[in-house]
Structure formats: C-alpha cells, structure tokens
Design a protein. Structure first.
Length: 407
C-alpha cells in the first residue's frame, strides 16, 4: 500500500537540556527522561501538497491497465485494439484500501555532563503501533457499457464474443482483491496490523561553543543507528520503526535573551543518510505501487535538513510557555539496480518536506533548585505538535508528555 517510516525527534535531538537552547549539563550531572508520544495518522500530503486520506487507491481504468507489466492483461487488451471506442471505456472499477494508524512511543533518554561545555546523550524509542485497514469500492466496473458498445456499434462475430465475455467478467470486490494480493502477488494477508519494538537509536554529543550572560551558541553531532523494525516488502499495511541504515548528523543553534523573561532560540540540523541494501517490491507503474516481483536495490535515502525557531516565555521560576515552528525537508532518494526504469519509479516523489507548529508548557524545578528553594531539579513538559503543510509525507500530529530528572 505504502512504505512508511515513522520519524520523530528523540528526547534531546532538537530541544534544550535546560531552559535556553545553548545550555549543556554541568560537569558530572546526569539527566534521565521519558517522553510519551501519541499520534493518530489518517492522512498524508501528496506531491501537490493536498491532504488526502491515508490510503492506497487503484483506478483500474484503461490508462492504468496499459501500464501494468503483466502478460495476461496485455493479451486481453490486444483483443480490444480493433474496437477503440470499447477499449477506452474498459474499466474494472475504482477501489480504495484505507488505513488509520495509532502510534504510541516511549522515548527513553540518558545524558551526562562530561565537562561544563560537553554533554553526551543517547535516546531510544520504543514503539507500539496499531493499523486498522478498511476496503471501499469507489466505482463499479464498466462491463455492461463495454459489452453494449461491442455488440451494438461493431457487431461482428469477434465483437459479439468479446461482448459476451465482458458481460460475464467477475465483479472485483474485497474477496477478489485479497485473493489477488495473497495468491497472485505473494503478499501476506491484508488486514489489521500491530507491532511493538525498538526504533532507531540516536547517540550524540552537545558542545557549548559560546556561553555569555545573554546569548550562546551550541553544536550537536552524532549518529542514528538502524536498530528499528524496517518495513516488510511482503506486508502492505505495516509501519516501519526505522529506515534500515546508518545516519550521521550535525546541528548548530543559538539562544538569545530578548529580556529577562523572553528567550529566542534557533537551530538547524543536517542529516546524511548512508546507502544500504534493501529488498523491495518492483512497482507495476507510477500509479500501482504493488507488484508480484521483489528485487534487491542499493538504496540511498535523501539527506535531511531541519530548521526551527522558538520563543520561550518564562512566566515564573517554575512555569514556561514555548511556541515553536519547524521546517523539515528530505532530498530525493537514489536507487541502483539492473533496471534503470524501476529505479526511476522508486525515486519518483521520494523527496518530501513539512512545516510544523508546536506549543509546549513546561513545569520546572531547576531554577528553584539552583536557588535552594526546591529539593530536586526536574522538568515536566506537555506538548502538542501539528503539521501545517507538507508534500509526500504522512500528516503527523503529536501529543506528548515528557519527564526529566537531573542528578
């Protein structure tokens, strides 16, 4: 149906360890955190930036059938070539398989202040995903109309025979599609799916380059290890928890005190994704992504650029509000195999971008602890993130709560 990897920022990937972006942990101080994320994915943004239901749609009309690399289908179409008016009306209907994914993620992170300027961290996400699948018939086949054209407009013996054949073609429904997917194409049974497990693990370092009273600059760098479940080419309805290859990233950002209770933060991250070998389905055409063939490809997923700005309003020593805007773009992927035409099909529309808005409320005892007014330094963050606009990407809205403790 579609290949999906559910991406998220890990607990420390692009957020502050303390109040201001450029702050790192003091030497010898540890931080542990748990971030619980929930998302309900019902739609995606297509190549035209339009939001569409999260579904795989097949318009089995003549334009689609002509592009299907299947000998039996092409042989049938050849029989209709002497009857162009009937051929252009030939259709087996329009069908849709809709999916609704509910994903829960618990991100466990640990950070340690190696020096006052250098902090090391690791973040590991644990996924619990459930996908509901529903079949819908959007339009019926054109058997009756094609049969009438063949028998009334043309009327020769061959046209009469084809007309009778068309009139008695099977109606395509959920049972026929299930049978074709499993028996003819070799996929596992189509239906509801659930999966649990570890996602890709991020390991990194944060280094404080500049730390002045009112501003500072920080850089982060590290790697993302392919520890997550990768999309199964034989299973249409699953969700990948990782993308199956190593990544390295570099991030640079700064924080600036506009006033005593207002902080402006900005950051940018560049991620290089390394090439890996993947066994993937060879799509029938640009319109039909499923197929009965598999092949091994050298896959180089597109490099990613993430940019973000936020404004922290410090209401009290323990309460902070933070609206944020982020932008993410992924370059076109590259595929290498012994079939350049198939490589081009997989590369088509593999680039993506999204714009997101987030609002966070933070309860923190860190400042109170530093003033000897509270026994333990900790943070509790409540966040909501929504995708404003996107292209070639699932529309992901997130709700999360995160607890951080320093010791």
């Amino acid at each position: 149906m579609y290949r999906v990897v559910f991406y998220l920022y890990l607990a420390l990937a692009s957020s502050q360890v303390l109040a201001q972006y450029h702050k790192t942990l003091p030497k010898g101080v540890r931080m542990i955190s748990n971030r619980h994320i929930q998302s309900n994915i019902k739609s995606s943004y297509n190549k035209s930036k339009s939001e569409t239901p999260y579904a795989y749609k097949v318009d089995a009309d003549i334009d689609t059938l002509k592009n299907v690399d299947n000998e039996a289908i092409q042989s049938i179409l050849t029989l209709f070539e002497p009857y162009p008016e009937a051929l252009k009306e030939l259709s087996f209907g329009s069908h849709k398989i809709e999916a609704n994914a509910k994903v829960k993620i618990d991100v466990y992170a640990f950070a340690y202040g190696i020096t006052n300027k250098l902090t090391a961290y690791i973040g590991m996400p644990i996924y619990d995903a459930k996908v509901k699948v529903r079949y819908k018939k959007l339009s019926e086949n054109s058997n009756k109309k094609v049969s009438e054209i063949l028998q009334k407009k043309y009327g020769d013996d061959m046209a009469q025979t084809l007309g009778n054949m068309v009139e008695n073609f099977y109606t395509i429904d959920e049972t026929v599609i299930q049978s074709a997917i499993v028996n003819s194409l070799g996929y596992k049974e189509l239906g509801d799916w659930s999966g649990q497990g570890l996602g890709d693990t991020e390991i990194g370092l944060k280094y404080n380059i500049i730390n002045k009273k009112r501003y500072g600059v920080l850089t982060s760098f590290g790697a993302v290890a392919p520890t997550g479940y990768v999309d199964d080419p034989d299973l249409i309805q699953d969700i990948g928890f990782g993308d199956g290859q190593w990544d390295v990233f570099f991030e640079l950002g700064s924080g600036y005190h506009l006033s005593d209770n207002l902080i402006f933060n900005s950051w940018g991250r560049y991620t290089h994704q390394f090439e890996s070998k993947k066994k993937l389905r060879v799509p029938f055409s640009e319109k039909i992504e499923i197929s009965g063939q598999k092949q091994t490809f050298n896959e180089k997923l597109g490099n990613k650029t993430d940019l973000g700005i936020d404004l922290e309003f410090i209401a009290t020593d323990w309460l902070t509000f933070r609206p944020a805007i982020s932008y993410s773009t992924t370059e076109k992927a590259n595929y290498k195999s012994n079939n350049s035409a198939v490589d081009s099909l997989l590369e088509e529309n593999s680039n993506s971008y999204s714009q997101n808005f987030m609002f966070q409320t933070q309860l923190s005892s860190v400042n109170l602890y530093l003033k000897n007014k509270f026994i333990l330094p900790a943070q509790l963050n409540f966040s909501y993130q929504t995708m404003i606009e996107g292209r070639n990407t699932p529309k992901v809205d997130l709700y999360d709560i995160e607890f951080r403790m320093f010791f």
